[in-house]
Design a protein around this ligand. Structure first.
Ligand SMILES: C[S@@+](CC[C@H](N)C(=O)[O-])C[C@H]1O[C@@H](n2cnc3c(N)ncnc32)[C@H](O)[C@@H]1O
Length: 457
């Protein structure tokens, strides 16, 4: 036995080998892909950039990074009746997902915001540049970009995604006073929405309803603005009222969606708990931003089709997106309550939603490939030469294996298909990272991060 060798090995410190002594990593950095992103951030970012925008460093000398300050501070005070699962999720993911307004609304397939921040850094994006997410979902890229001073454009086919993203962006800066007032009259606000927006299956009738002029004025004024919206620019007060209305509505839809999925708690109790949490997170990020005097970059939310982008050639400095994983998630079925409320024709939307077109699974798969080919060609067109397009995609080989009647290992992974398609449009793979997906390993085992560079123009 060579004990000297063992002791010598133990005397070495991996992070000291990888990073300078004064750059200290964020606590709870557990995955290899996170260490890899931290490694590239360290090589690419200056000291000032580490403080302003790094995702994986907590400290530079005795100065804390903005990411660390945004995530720490008072921990998220969940209401007493919250499940222990929810509490432990927020504790474990404090640096990954539980900051800014990312926690508003539980959208399926949402990115880890910290990973997006790290990726924007390793793609060389800087304040003043423009990043595009052509399938923005709940707007993770836009929120992160805005906090980093990077301009952004987000596009999604679903009007519900546009509403959700805009509301999460507005919550970073809007006045919260009237939404706080509404919390004291939450029963009344809940009933207002329940009457107009529809009843979740297990809808409960609130007991005593007081009428309070202030809470209702938000609703009534908004109804008036919404009708004149297309014709007149809103005044500052009107915009503030509309923001409050949308903030309350997102909390209502969140509680209604939750009630549809679980019979455990009544929607009214959920609504109060969710609204309290929304107010808490929004106030927390607003306080941190005020303390750091950070300037936010503008973010543009557009309803559209990633297969034909309404953007000029060579107009963006970077693209990040996560396509639907073939037909693994039916986004329209998931959001049916919310889409119904918004009066959206789900059948028409189904025709443009990638992964949902077609009937039999084999046809769905063929159309998915066709659609993704068009999306990648559009990405290559709007990206500036030499810039990077990052795609995050999971494997659903188990499902695909069933479609083709072969073993999951015999199926070409979606990540490999997308790499081939990208190469065909002048997007060359420069790095592939991967991470395990915990929790749904029966349908999806790994997620791949494909970093492609525009080379042919
Ligand atoms: C995996 S999700 C994106 C989640 C997002 N990265 C987030 O952090 O929330 C994929 C999104 O693609 C959108 N989508 C599907 N077909 C589309 C199309 N033709 N054009 C634009 N968006 C589309 C869906 O509505 C869905 O929101």
């Amino acid at each position: 036995m060579n004990s000297e060798k063992v002791v010598n090995a133990f005397s070495q410190d991996l992070t000291r080998k990888l990073f300078p002594r004064d750059r200290r990593l964020i606590p709870h950095l557990n995955d290899i892909y996170e260490l890899e992103l931290a490694f590239y951030e360290n090589l690419i970012l200056s000291d000032a950039e580490i403080i302003r925008n790094s995702a994986y460093f907590a400290q530079l000398g005795d100065k804390y990074t903005h990411h660390f300050l945004m995530c720490t501070g008072e921990s998220l005070k969940l209401p007493d009746h919250s499940s222990s699962r929810l509490k432990s999720f927020f504790e474990k993911n404090i640096f990954r997902t539980a900051y800014a307004t990312h926690g508003l609304f539980p959208y399926r397939g949402k990115f880890h915001p910290q990973m997006i921040k790290g990726l924007m850094n390793v793609m060389g994006l800087k304040p003043g540049d423009t990043v595009l997410d052509p399938m923005m979902g709940s707007g993770t890229v836009l929120i992160e970009a805005s906090l980093m001073g990077i301009k952004s454009i987000g596009i999604d086919a679903s009007p519900f995604c546009c509403f959700m993203t805009q509301t999460k962006l507005d919550a970073i800066t809007m006045s919260l006073a009237r939404a706080k007032g509404a919390l004291t009259n939450y029963e009344e606000v809940f009933t207002y929405f329940q009457k107009r927006v529809g009843q979740p299956k297990s809808g409960s009738k609130p007991s005593r309803i007081k009428t309070t002029k202030e809470a209702m004025s938000v609703m009534e004024e908004t109804a008036a603005y919404l009708t004149k919206r297309d014709h007149h620019a809103l005044t500052q007060r009107e915009q503030g009222t509309l923001n409050t209305y949308q903030f309350l509505l997102l909390a209502y839809l969140d509680s209604a969606g939750y009630a549809e999925r679980s019979a455990r708690k009544l929607p009214l109790a959920q609504f109060r708990a969710i609204l309290e949490r929304y107010l808490f997170v929004a106030e927390k990020i607003q306080n941190v931003l005020a303390g750091l005097e950070m300037t936010l970059a503008p973010a543009e939310v557009l309803e559209g089709d990633a297969r034909s982008l309404s953007l000029d050639d060579n107009s963006t400095d970077g693209i990040i997106f996560s396509p639907p994983y073939s037909f693994a998630v039916d986004y329209l079925a998931n959001d049916s309550f919310h889409l119904n409320f918004m009066g959206i024709d789900s059948d028409a939307l189904r025709e443009i939603m990638i992964g949902l077109r077609g009937r039999a699974l084999s046809e769905k798969y063929r159309l998915y490939r066709e659609d993704m080919g068009r999306v990648l060609a559009e990405c290559a067109r709007v990206l500036r030469p030499d810039c990077f397009c990052t795609i995050i995609v999971g494997t659903n080989n188990n499902q695909l294996g069933k479609v083709f009647g072969v073993s999951p290992d015999a199926v070409q992974g979606l990540h490999e298909i997308l790499i081939d398609m990208g190469a065909g449009c002048g997007l060359k793979p420069v790095k592939v990272l991967s991470r395990p997906i915990i929790g749904i390993s029966n349908t999806m085992r790994r997620e791949y991060i494909l970093i492609l560079q525009k080379t042919a123009y």
